[in-house]
Every structure is written in C-alpha cells, then in structure tokens.
Design a protein around this ligand. Structure first.
Ligand code: C5P
Length: 231
C-alpha cells in the first residue's frame, strides 16, 4: 500500500525485465500498471505475483464488448485482486452500467473509463463518423461515465482542469503523458510535468519510460514523489 500518486507503467517485452525493475522498487513508492502487452505475454500469473508482493495493480486492458462479456471480464479481473481496472466509455451506457454492477462490493477494484485515446485526432474521429472534437467527446463520455457510477477517467493532464470543474472533486482523473523537464518526450505529443498535472487536478500519474528507462529508477521515482508531495 502506498500514498504515492505515481502508477509506474510496466511496459516491457518480457517478464524478466519487468521483474528486474520490480525488484528495485517497493510498494511504498508507487503503484504498478500492467497493460495489454505484458498481460498478453505473462497473463494473470504476473498480475497475481505483483499483487502478492503488496502492489496496488492497475490492470489496463480497456474492455470494450457486449455488456455481459464486459461484466464477466470485470469480475475475472476483480478475482485477481487488482486495485484498478478500466473499460472504454465508447461501449455506451449499458456496457458501463454492466461493468459497474459487476463490481458492486466495497472491496471491488476502482473502475475507470477511457474516453477518447490521446492518440486520436479530430481527423481520426471524423474518419469513423464522429462529428465532434476530441475535447467535446472527452467531456461527453466522461459525463456519461460519471452518470453510470464509474469512478473516474483516464485523460490527458491538459484535460484535467476542465474535467475537474465539470465533474467534481470525487471523480478520479488518471493521467499518462507525464515528463520531467529533463526527460525525453518519446512518442508523447503533449507532455505535462508531474507537478503541473497534480495542479491541474489529476489524482494519479501514469509514468512509464521516464522511470522504466532511467539509469536509476528508484532515484527517479523518489524525485517525482518528492516533487508532488510538496504541493
Ligand atoms: O512511457 P510513457 O510514460 O509514455 O507511458 C505511458 C503509459 O500510459 C503507457 O503504458 C501507455 O500505454 C499509457 N497511455 C498513454 N496514453 C493514453 C492512455 C494510456 O500513454 N491516452
């Protein structure tokens, strides 16, 4: 258990590399995110291993399917003992409601919705017949998610301020695309520093390469934790 707002994205091409990093850090310093690549390679066993080591695990599988399938997938994720899971808000109100009712106990994982992926441009939305800007869609989908009892959304820290104002203080904002001024932006186009993301209203920061590729990941994590704990 930790009070750190940092969720380290364990994006590695094999479990050995992932565990090499995990062995250097500990659950008091951060939470961990397992995404589609690691899950497809290493499966539930890796998730259980991390949970058994005391980590809060965000299982980032972005479920999007018929309501019954999503509800059952959410239950399966909850059975792994994870701390947070997510679904696509574009699955619509019935799918969101099914996910919510599948996770109705107080011990259930936190349930988050993905609105519009930050990699999607206005042109991408137009190409699939969505005649709204990404910003309008993010607001609309976040508001639908809140209406269905979803606990929060994944969003860009640049959207955190407006979502915080429109959706209130209890709605969780989980934000990737975080970089310190000394970091490489990699393929992230619109990066925000940890401190600015928290100032804009983000609750949790998803951080991958700035930590996983750092020469000293523990030191990097401590620097980020200390930057945001002073706010
Ligand atoms: O290495 P980096 O800090 O860019 O990693 C960010 C993590 O957040 C990755 O696991 C990526 O898949 C995830 N993510 C993202 N942008 C989104 C949603 C998730 O970068 N819109």
């Amino acid at each position: 258990m930790t009070d750190s707002r940092v969720i380290v994205a364990l994006d590695f091409s094999d479990e050995t590399q992932a565990m090499k990093l995990v062995d250097q850090i500990n659950p008091a310093l951060c939470r961990l995110k397992i995404g589609k690549e690691m899950f497809t390679r290493s499966g539930p066993e890796l998730v259980k291993r991390l949970v058994n080591r005391g980590y809060d695990v965000f299982l980032d599988l972005k479920y999007h399917d018929i309501p019954n399938t999503v509800a059952n997938a959410c239950k399966a994720a909850a059975d792994l003992g994870v701390w947070m899971i997510n679904v696509h808000a574009l699955g619509g109100p019935a799918m969101l409601a099914a996910a919510r009712s599948a996770l109705s106990s107080p011990e259930s994982p936190i349930l988050i919705a993905v609105t519009i992926l930050t990699s999607s441009s206005h042109e991408d939305l137009l190409a699939v017949g969505i005649d709204r800007t990404p910003a309008e869609m993010v607001q609309r989908l976040a508001s639908i998610a809140k209406g269905e009892g979803i606990n929060g959304v994944v969003c860009s820290a640049r959207e955190s301020h407006s979502l915080r104002s429109s959706l209130g203080s209890e709605f969780l904002l989980v934000t990737p695309g975080i970089r310190l001024s000394t970091d490489n932006a990699d393929d992230q186009k619109r990066v925000v520093s940890p401190a600015d993301a928290i100032r804009q209203g983000s609750d949790y920061l998803v951080i991958g390469r700035p930590i996983t590729q750092a020469k000293d990941p523990v030191q990097k994590l401590l620097t980020i934790n200390s930057e945001i704990s002073q706010l």
